[in-house]
Design a protein around this ligand. Structure first.
Ligand code: HEM
Ligand code: SF4
Ligand code: SF4
Length: 713
């Protein structure tokens, strides 16, 4: 049976979690909003654009670091230290690092906000899935960055990769003679670290593909504050390297950035299958959330053909590119018609609020029903000698509790106002607001998915039919669940405001769940002191912020800065000493890089070809062919502790043979023997010695093809 999808208001668990988040935002708004401004300096309202800004900072500081960085295991560490030795280099490096941590934190909070405010299903699946894609890519790039420093963290990363891949790429790190070969590996990682970010541009394009008028830039105050916070963190705790990478040492403890490298200690403790299994399952579930927990809406928008005059206002205002104007050639005198793309429509209703001719409505929501309800409810109120306040707001405010109104289903003895809910009303709800006030206020409330759906005619109609005042409660302009609702609504109301007395139309923007401002207004209205609404649209010259205006906002900006400092400062907590649980304190590494003995000799080579070969060339090497596997035995203190077989590489087994073994043991003096069979016939002793090994030391025994022996490095 198909599961019934629920509307935003019915998804109670999600709303419970959203309420907690909104409480946090409301608290921050209280300290970051000045009395004469509707716009709080709240960084949590700009997490998506802040992620882009951090990417830009990473690019700029990254270019600086790339110029001074030197690739190769013999030079990388020193070059990074040299960068840090100069104040500008140290600043660039530290800002780069804190911005990288900041990116993961901010992108995660942005994702969390999208999830809690129900913005992940339906047409938003593309932004949701591409968002997680970018998140994983950001993590991958950062992890590569840690590798480039070539300190103990990079060593741990390398050992982790070696154990995972067991390939030949480990050899150069173990043998100083071929350390120069690491150069190409460093160049590849550097290349990936610098060029994968370019794919982020494609990621961002896909991410915002379904949005109109995308905001890519954070507001200027936020960019300045973020810059200040990154510099403060960098000066306070400049980033340093760990000890240089040295494969002759065992890493037991090193301080790690858990955002990026936390997987190292976790995989060491839990094992790869468990850690990556959990990560894959959790990541998969979160990415698939649009299909696991899809919601429902009361849309899509539907155009009533005869009512559409082709004005294209709806197409202009739709924040999701869901309306296309097509030319029409019918009996009407209008030239074009709005067509809705149902797949892209999020049912915000912004188009409904803008259409002057009721040409567009949401499939499950008809303005005629609302208007009829309002008429009947207000008629009942008039009969009872009441003048209710009509509150128009959005689902978010209703769900998250901005209205502490007692909804009146039944007459109650303690209620002085008998305006009752009628079962016949579908779109209005009757109630009473007391709020500890001696003057209770009768309320009629109408809720729409987004405040941007509100049509000024509905408000006018409520006022004409006897409402004492109309109170419109929207979300902050920077925090609309449908991106642009308050922006369009404010424009519409500002035009209508001129024709109404300033005491009857009130407009507030609030974090959903914050009740203070609504209470203040209702208290004043209840007491008969009708407050006046300031003009919603200021004349152009008053909007210009000069330096005095900015200074006047300093207090609110400063609290925003503290919020940002806390958010980005979390990265300091992520840097923690982490231990690498090893079976024993000391280690023997056995590394073999063997050309391999040919199984078939060069019998088929014609004698005349052999004759032409230079004297020092082995015909077998010219001809090539399948090689024998190599078998190794490790004997420690007279006990065989390890035996393994290493196969030649390549499909035809013609390639060289690589092997790498780690054997953990107690510190002290040990008798070590290695035996090898590389021709499937005879075991040869290739190492025998008494070695003394200290705690945290790793002895490297490397196979030398010339002497046919293992050599202690
Ligand atoms: C890594 C970096 C990320 C960047 C740079 C980024 C940036 C942005 C930007 C600029 C917007 C458009 C804002 C607007 O104009 O309204 C946006 C929207 C969105 N982002 Fe992200 N984002 C990132 C990660 C994520 C993640 C991890 C998720 C969740 C999985 C996510 C989910 C969304 C969704 C669902 C929207 C659409 C909102 C809507 O339709 O109303 N983003 N993002
Ligand atoms: S706003 Fe109304 S009249 Fe104008 S194009 Fe859209 S549906 Fe048609
Ligand atoms: S309801 Fe919203 S998303 Fe759908 S067409 Fe109208 S404005 Fe666009």
């Amino acid at each position: 049976m198909k599961k019934q999808r629920k509307l935003y208001l019915q998804r109670k668990q999600w709303r419970f979690a959203e309420k907690l988040w909104s409480k946090l935002e409301g608290t921050i708004n209280r300290v970051t909003t000045s009395a004469d401004s509707l716009r709080p300096y709240n960084p949590l309202y700009h997490l998506g654009t802040l992620s882009i800004y951090l990417l830009i900072i990473l690019t700029i500081t990254g270019i600086y670091l790339t110029i001074f960085y030197r690739a190769g295991s013999d030079r990388a560490y020193e070059s990074v230290n040299n960068i840090s030795a100069f104040w500008l280099g140290s600043l660039m490096r530290s800002v780069h690092r804190y911005a990288a941590d900041g990116l993961l934190i901010i992108a995660f909070l942005h994702a969390l906000k999208m999830m809690l405010s129900d913005r992940f299903w339906g047409s938003r699946w593309l932004a949701w899935v591409s968002g997680w894609g970018m998140f994983v890519i950001s993590w991958l790039i950062g992890t590569m960055g840690y590798w480039l420093v070539w300190d103990e963290r990079a060593q741990w990363l390398t050992e982790y990769s070696i154990n995972l891949i067991k390939g030949q790429f480990a050899m150069p790190f173990l043998s100083p003679e071929i350390a120069s070969r690491t150069f190409s590996l460093f160049v590849i990682v550097l290349f990936l670290h610098v060029f994968i970010p370019i794919t982020m541009i494609v990621g961002i394009i896909i991410h915002v593909l379904r949005l109109t008028r995308v905001r890519l830039w954070s507001p200027r105050w936020l960019m300045v504050e973020t810059g200040i916070v990154l510099v403060l963190l960098s000066v306070w705790k400049p980033v340093t390297s760990a000890l240089p990478a040295d494969f002759g040492r065992v890493i037991s403890q090193v301080s790690l950035d858990w955002w990026y490298l936390g997987f190292l200690p976790l995989t060491a403790q839990w094992g790869n299958p468990l850690f990556w299994g959990i990560a894959l399952i959790v990541g998969g579930i979160i990415t698939a959330l649009p299909w696991i927990s899809p919601g429902a809406h009361i849309g899509p928008a539907v155009v009533t053909n005869p009512n559409c005059t082709g004005c294209a206002l709806c197409a202009r205002e739709c924040p999701y590119n869901a309306i296309e104007m097509v030319s029409r050639d019918d009996e009407t005198r209008f030239k074009s018609l709005a067509i809705i793309n149902e797949k892209l429509c999020t049912a915000c209703g912004i188009c409904v609020g803008t259409c002057a001719t009721s040409g567009v409505e949401l499939a499950g929501w008809h303005a005629s029903v609302l208007l009829a309800d309002l008429q009947r409810a207000l008629a009942q109120a008039r009969q009872a000698g009441q003048q209710p306040v009509a509150i128009f707001t959005c689902d978010r405010h209703k769900a998250l509790g901005s209205l502490d109104v007692k909804w009146q289903e039944e007459p109650a003895s303690d209620t002085v106002i008998p305006l009752l809910q009628s079962p016949a009303w579908q779109r209005v709800q009757a109630g009473v607001w007391t709020g500890g006030n001696p003057h209770p206020v009768a309320i009629l409330s109408c809720t729409v998915p987004c405040a941007g759906m509100l049509h000024p005619d509905w408000i006018r109609s409520a006022l004409n039919d006897g409402a004492k005042a109309a109170l419109v409660i929207a979300c902050p302009e920077d925090d609309c669940a449908y991106r642009e609702g308050p922006m369009w609504l404010k424009g519409r109301l500002a035009r209508r405001q001129r024709t109404l007395p300033p005491q009857v139309l009130h407009y507030v923007e609030l974090a959903p769940g914050s009740q203070g401002e609504v209470r203040r207004l209702l208290k004043a209205i209840g007491a008969g002191k009708m407050p006046e609404q300031k003009p919603l649209k200021l004349p152009k010259k008053k909007q210009v912020t000069d330096w005095r205006a900015v200074l006047g906002q300093m207090r609110y900006l400063a609290t925003g800065l503290v919020v940002l400092l806390v958010a980005l400062g979390i990265s300091l907590l992520a840097e923690r000493p982490s231990s690498n649980p090893t079976p024993q304190p000391s280690l023997i590494r056995i590394a073999i890089n063997h050309g391999g003995k040919l199984i078939a000799a060069s019998e088929n080579l014609p004698p005349e070809v052999i004759a032409k070969l230079p004297a020092n060339v082995d015909p077998a090497q010219v001809l090539g062919g399948e090689r024998f596997p190599v078998r190794l035995r490790l004997i420690v203190d007279g006990q065989q502790v390890l035996e393994d077989t290493y196969q030649p590489r390549g499909l035809r087994r013609e390639g060289a043979i690589f092997g790498l073994e780690n054997w953990w043991l107690t510190p002290g003096t040990h008798k070590v023997e290695i035996w090898m069979m590389d021709d499937e016939s005879e075991w040869k002793q290739v190492f025998a010695d008494t070695v003394t090994i200290a705690s945290q030391e790793a002895l490297i025994l490397f196979y030398d093809e010339e002497t046919n022996q293992f050599i202690l490095r």
